[in-house]
Design a protein around this ligand. Sequence first.
Ligand code: ADP
Length: 400
Amino acid sequence: MTILVLNSGSSSVKYQMFNPEKKQLLAKGVVERIGMAGAMLTHKPFDREEIRLSGEILDHKVAIEYILSILLSKNHGVIKDKSEIAAVGHRVVHGGETFSESELITSDVIKEIVRCMDYAPLHNPLNLKGIRATQALLPDVPQVAVFDTAFHQTMPSHAYMYGLPYVLYKRHGIRRYGFHGTSHLFVSDRLSELTGKPLEEQKVITCHLGNGCSAAAIKEGKSIDTSMGFTPLEGLLMGTRSGDLDPAIVLHIMNQEELTMHEANTMLNKHSGIQGLSGISSDMREIEEEYNENNRAQLAFNVFCYRIKKYIGSYAAAMGGLDVIVFTGGIGENSSMVRDLVLSELGFLGIQLDDKLNRAGEKGEREISIKGSRVKIFVIPTNEELVIALDTMRIISKNN
Ligand code: ADP
């Protein structure tokens, strides 16, 4: 059995093919520059060299056709016949309040995904394009939608409501939804496997620190709060996103700089965060390299870490205690400097980082707290595509 995982973006479709029973990755790749000159497919079977093919790839349907043909090809493929694809799992960014778990895609599910488009106008329409193209190309293969928001649907109303007129929640669904759900779910599940301790007995904070960043408070295995909100803009400082700010600033700047809504949106999402503060880069590696020479790199780094520290403190309070902190994502997994500053002076919460283990430069799943630390600290690499594949398998088995 194989499961194809698709992540359809504006000009790209990323894919991974799994044997879900063995949790084995068979191939991965991406089609980029869809609808533009220089469109390209990069494909890597797990046991052979990466290849690149260019071609005219006008839309998502052609992109997925390309992906299927390379997966079936004699020299670079990993399957012999389309019938070996048991199901396709699609990443869908926003599932609103309707979806608290993954769903087999039916016409009713599609209607709901369309309804959620207003919440994620940049993402859901593209995810849907991928779903419709796959339905046309593989009409007999079941498809499953796996939502970034679903894991956080367990948040209580006191965590997800904003202090705005209640009617806006009723009329427009204005509330906090949270994102990166598959990642927070994956690393918390792995944590319980690694420690042999059920999540029901643990209070965990997971920090997903990549280009986008979010923290989640997971109590008894359920997300009870998370830092992203109505959109993925809220919360921690990110590569190019501002994270938390006084909403009055947006109105003020729009007025002072005569910005349109689109321009303000671009400023907050693309020109803020680490990039905006440092004026150097959104890439944490470059910020770390410049840390000792450049004040603005230092400032961006310090703001980034301070905000994570504040969320850790507030989530410990929200859960009435803390047992484990997990770091994941490109920064969380690799930056000992970030983990060090984030966790400094948190000894009063029972958090004690082992400096040697933190800096050892190892890869993979590991514990980095000192032996007697009351709160354990783990690094667990995330694997969102594997979660999508496993959940897709679970949903199709349930529906068979
Ligand atoms: P995405 O959210 O796009 O999946 P990633 O999870 O790959 O992104 O994270 C990208 C971030 O991880 C970048 O800021 C990058 O600089 C950072 N990163 C990757 N490796 C390191 C490293 N060795 N040290 C510090 N930061 C790193």
